[in-house]
Design a protein around this ligand. Structure first.
Ligand SMILES: [Fe+2]
Length: 433
């Protein structure tokens, strides 16, 4: 939606009073005031003019549309069924896709996919197995039934035999495929393919695209090993400060060059000194603990616990696969153990996607607004919304951080509640006359 609050924000950011904007856009001051007060809406031609003359983008004038009601969005199974479409590969039916709940507010695009190709062997180079080209979104997958998962790793085709409750994560552009293993019961395997973006979202891509690929590819940090990462990352900070390793070495009084040649991560106390000299946080310099391009986890090896505790447990929780490079993306299988409405609420700082994989009805209490999640229904719940589950049944839950996680959380925490409200609702000029 075109927003008058966004227009005020643009004027404030550009330090334009209504009379300045009127002059720039060659319209009357009255018209500007009417747009700012919400009396008139801003027409698209005016936006085009503004984008032409000011250092702003089209997206700056628009807000998200909230497609949730009471902080959630539900998709019933019949609606999922209506979205059914069969995808062919090599001229044969290969996948049956069904949408599950998606919201404009959160970057996940979850599908229930039935594997229509039944294979008689478990070879990765089976000619009936058709790999895709990989995709931009991260993918978490929950397996239901006898599914073969195929993927490329280090230029080689690999296969993993999956069963109900097993899970996997693949990073962007890993080529992959799924089939059903031939089985006596003749059931077709299914997957919940939960794809999502994290920090590299459409806005980031816009920025990369505008910078141009030749310049943008220089951003990449060498992450072959922790040592490579440390020195490659430190180099970026040195370049950004127009400082050299010689200067740093002299200040720190340590043979950094030797460590650099050996590609070793320095001891923590040295990292603290470097951070202090460059005025950074030590975590800005730390290499990631581990990067996974493909991670497979069997149900048997998944961590399990009772929540809140074993004695009075509302849920049995099974932690599905996750990876440290996406610290806010977590997936769980939750079995609901308490039949009655209760006051033990969950509140998670992430976007939540929930799918009912059981044959039972699950009740969701969203701050005294109760929703029944029938088998194969799915629901999206906004971050920080109090909720709990009761009744019977089993659900798969995917939580993702989206934009407001990690560093943005730290920066948001520095803005007072009042100013955060101002940031999204402010109608006023940045100064009083
Ligand atoms: Fe995929």
């Amino acid at each position: 939606m075109i927003s008058n609050i966004k227009f005020r924000k643009i004027l404030n950011d550009l330090k334009r009073r209504p009379e300045d904007a009127a002059k720039d856009l060659q319209i009357s001051k009255n018209k500007i005031s009417n747009i700012l007060s919400g009396k008139n809406s801003m027409d698209f031609n005016l936006i085009k003019k503004a984008v032409k003359i000011w250092p702003v983008n089209f997206g700056d004038f628009f807000t998200f549309e909230d497609d949730t009601k009471n902080d959630f969005k539900l998709m019933r199974s019949f609606k999922s069924n209506q979205s059914s479409r069969i995808m062919h590969r090599g001229g044969k039916p290969y996948y049956l896709y069904k949408d599950t709940v998606m919201s404009k507010l959160s970057p996940f695009k979850p599908e229930l996919i039935t594997e229509l190709m039944v294979v008689e062997n478990n070879y990765a180079n089976n000619k009936n197995v058709k790999f895709n080209n990989g995709h931009f979104l991260h993918q978490f997958t929950y397996f239901i039934g006898p599914v073969n998962f195929y993927y490329y790793q280090n230029g080689k085709k690999k296969i993993s035999k999956m069963n109900t409750g097993d899970s996997m994560y693949i990073s962007p552009y890993i080529q992959h495929s799924f089939t059903t293993r031939k089985n006596k019961k003749n059931v077709l395997g299914k997957i919940l393919a939960l794809t999502y973006s994290d920090k590299i979202d459409n806005e980031t891509l816009n920025e990369i695209s505008a910078i141009g690929i030749n310049l943008a590819k220089k951003y990449r940090i060498n992450n072959k090993t922790s040592g490579n990462y440390f020195w490659s990352n430190l180099n970026k900070f040195l370049d950004n400060s127009s400082t050299t390793i010689d200067v740093l070495q002299r200040e720190i009084k340590n043979n950094l060059k030797k460590l650099k040649t050996q590609k070793k991560v320095p001891q923590h106390k040295i990292i603290v000194k470097i951070a202090s000299f460059l005025n950074l946080n030590t975590r800005d310099l730390m290499p990631p603990r581990k990067n996974n391009s493909v991670k497979i986890q069997t149900y048997k090896n998944s961590k399990k616990w009772f929540y809140p505790d074993k004695k009075s447990s509302n849920y049995q929780i099974v932690e599905l696969t996750n990876t440290s490079q996406l610290p806010y993306s977590r997936a769980y299988e939750i079995t609901i153990l308490r039949n009655k409405k209760n006051n033990i609420f969950l509140e998670v700082p992430t976007h939540q996607y929930i799918y009912n994989i059981s044959d039972d009805k699950v009740k969701i209490n969203l701050d005294n607004f109760v929703v029944t999640l029938n088998p194969q229904d799915s629901i999206y719940i906004k971050p920080n919304k109090k909720h709990n589950f009761y009744g019977k049944g089993k659900i798969v839950v995917l939580r993702i951080g989206g934009r407001i996680s990690g560093e943005s959380l730290q920066q948001i925490s520095m803005i007072t509640e009042k100013n955060l409200e101002r940031a999204v609702k402010d109608h006023n000029q940045w100064f009083n006359k």
